[in-house]
Design a binder for this molecule. Structure first.
Ligand SMILES: C[S@@+](CC[C@H](N)C(=O)[O-])C[C@H]1O[C@@H](n2cnc3c(N)ncnc32)[C@H](O)[C@@H]1O
Length: 254
């Protein structure tokens, strides 16, 4: 009999933000294929499970395991009757290719389940003292990927929309994307926060107006992974971060 694949969200970093369902599924798994973006305590937890662990985010030479190879492994293990976990950072269906994996499994007749995770798109700003919605500010939030959005996104519409913009995978394309927003009329004084390694003890937060953020980020040596928040809600951080204390982290003031 075929096994089953669980496409599981690991949350944005610490073990504390793993869901109970994810914890249960991981403890019962025969095989776990996991990504790069996972915190050390989670890796330690994985080692304590009975599962065979496969690091598909590990770079052999410069290349990660390719998506088609990961898809093939998921099907192969499931066909051997295994309980397979595909563990991904944050939520598997938020810029995580979980949708592509689910499609592949369905095409190959493999039963699967999705275990949603806490997405970095929401949790990382929250840990930095930025509620991505607030009634006093923009009435919408738009999540975009900094990488693929370049050609496919309507930047003009985005610049004109009164929405908070949250960008994932946006560090290397920050300058270009800021230029696009400014060119289409976004207010140059709109506050921007870049939160590096959010929800971990190494969290760092950088805040500057849209017109200056690319220079400030370059000077500060900002590196991925980072979540970028563009919008007036960023102003709330001044008020909230002073009193925001996590038991395990210092709140990442820079
Ligand atoms: C391939 S996407 C995966 C997103 C994931 N599925 C989610 O829901 O969080 C990777 C991007 O997520 C963001 N990210 C994930 N974890 C993060 C963290 N702890 N701190 C900052 N950004 C993070 C970064 O923008 C990174 O480039």
């Amino acid at each position: 009999m075929d096994g089953k694949v669980y496409i599981v969200g690991a949350g944005p970093g610490g073990l504390d933000l793993l869901t109970k369902r994810a914890e249960k599924v991981l403890k019962e798994a025969d095989v776990i294929l996991y990504d790069e973006l996972i915190g050390d305590d989670l890796k330690k937890f994985l080692k304590e499970t009975k599962a065979e662990l496969i690091d598909v985010g590990k770079r052999a030479g410069k290349h990660k395991k390719r998506q088609d190879e990961i898809n093939r492994l998921l099907v192969e293990y499931a066909k051997r009757g295994k309980k397979v976990v595909r563990l991904k950072g944050g939520d598997p269906f938020v810029f995580g290719r979980g949708g592509e994996e689910a499609e592949f499994l369905a095409e190959h007749g493999i039963t699967f389940e999705v275990v949603p995770g806490i997405s970095s798109a929401i949790a990382v700003p929250a840990y930095a003292g930025i509620p991505i919605t607030h009634r006093a500010f923009d009435p919408a939030v738009v999540f975009i990927t900094g990488r693929e959005a370049r050609e496919r996104l309507n930047w003009e519409a985005l610049a004109k929309l009164n929405a908070t913009i949250v960008i994932l995978m946006g560090v290397s394309t920050l300058r270009k994307n800021v230029e696009r927003l400014l060119k289409h009329g976004k207010d140059p004084n709109t506050p921007v926060a870049i939160i590096e390694r959010g929800c971990t003890k190494d969290q760092r937060v950088i805040v500057a107006p849209l017109k200056e953020i690319a220079d400030v980020a370059e000077k500060g040596g900002v590196k991925a992974p980072a979540v970028i928040v563009i919008g007036d809600v960023v102003k709330l951080r001044d008020k909230l971060a002073k009193f925001l204390r996590f038991d395990e982290y210092d709140g990442g003031d820079s």
